[in-house]
Write a protein that binds this ligand. Structure first.
Ligand code: NDP
Length: 299
């Protein structure tokens, strides 16, 4: 199998380099790759790259993921998060390749009283969510064979993430205030990469067309940002009691107490029955991956 990976240096892209390797030849690119173009602002060259590599599968882990920053630059966000994936989808159809694309809980407005289903109607609250929803629609409209994985609250050992920030702040401040009324499932880049590899192993060799579609892919269980912070800091203190911990209190607050440029949904929970049933995968509890990430990061 030949796989063309975009966004190789991001949280998910980094893990994909590892997890896709046993499937065959992986051509991994970032926006500044030189031999082949991996820059999502250069659409013609992007298309030429796909035609030159002629992959069995394209995996797109590149995106503009700074949710607050994109509010002030919607054009760039649209280019990277929607226009470029649409180019990949159209050329994937032409060369008969699968396209794997990652989307987000932020396509929803957070108003549901239960975890969101793939069949629920999106209603993004912010520019990032709009661009990611647009990509989903453009990929489906292209009629390429696709796997769109909607995920949430992604962390990896590589790069910055919420848990690492909380651990740093817990060594700098006596009191932290953390949002309590947004709920979701922290999901490891490792888990996303491993399930992607399992899915490709299933669909690419035999066509697997009936599995083409949209899937929610997050770790099991749920938490709030506040409870996630409490958990991560407690685990970190257990792992590294020698660090200079200052924090005495982690105060839960409502989203309204924090002014952010982009609005965030309150309920980010995604129902994963469809992917578990379709691919026979078992999604571990969010704490399993967070524990592992903290051990790798701190010890
Ligand atoms: P990262 O921000 O870690 O990685 C994004 C990658 O895109 C980086 O390698 C980045 O390069 C690259 N990139 C930036 N600009 C360009 C460009 N012009 N051309 C090509 N590549 C570019 O994202 P994640 O790994 O966290 O996210 C992976 C996917 O998951 C994305 O589709 C994202 O929308 C989705 N997702 C992420 C969530 C999260 O919490 N992070 C939640 C839900 C969905 P560089 O680092 O050099 O700028």
């Amino acid at each position: 199998m030949r796989i063309l990976l975009f966004g190789k240096g991001g949280q998910v892209g980094w893990e994909l380099q590892r997890s896709l390797a046993p499937l065959g030849e992986v051509v991994a690119l970032d926006f500044d790759s030189t031999d082949l173009c991996g820059d999502f602002t250069r659409l013609h060259e992007l298309e030429a790259t796909v035609r030159a590599v002629h992959p069995d599968a394209i995996v797109n882990a590149a995106a503009h993921t700074d949710i607050d920053e994109v509010e002030s630059d919607p054009e760039l966000a649209y280019a990277l998060n929607a226009a470029a994936p649409a180019v990949l989808a159209n050329v994937a159809r032409d060369v008969d390749a699968w396209l794997v694309h990652y989307s987000t809980d932020y396509v929803f407005d957070g108003s549901s009283p239960r975890p969101w289903l793939e069949t629920d109607t999106p209603n993004p609250l912010n520019v990032y969510g709009h661009t990611k929803r647009e990509a989903e629609e453009l990929i489906v409209a292209s009629a390429c064979k696709h796997l769109i994985f909607r995920t949430s609250w992604v962390y990896g050992v590589r790069g910055g993430n919420f848990a690492k920030t909380m651990i740093r702040l817990a060594q700098e401040r006596q009191q932290l205030t953390v949002i309590q009324d947004q709920r979701g499932a922290p999901t490891g880049a490792e888990l996303l990469a491993d399930v992607t590899a399992l899915a490709l192993h299933r669909v690419v060799p035999d066509g697997g067309q009936s599995l083409s579609g949209l899937y929610h892919l997050v770790a099991a269980g749920q938490t709030s940002w506040h409870d996630y912070a409490v958990y991560a800091i407690a685990q970190a203190r257990r792992l590294r009691p020698d660090l200079a911990w200052k924090v005495k209190e982690i105060v839960p607050v409502a989203s309204s107490a924090f002014k952010t440029t982009a609005r965030r949904p309150l309920n980010s929970l995604l129902n994963t029955d469809r992917i578990q049933r379709s691919f026979g995968v078992c999604l571990p509890d969010w704490k399993t991956g967070v524990d592992r990430m903290l051990k790798e990061y701190l010890t």
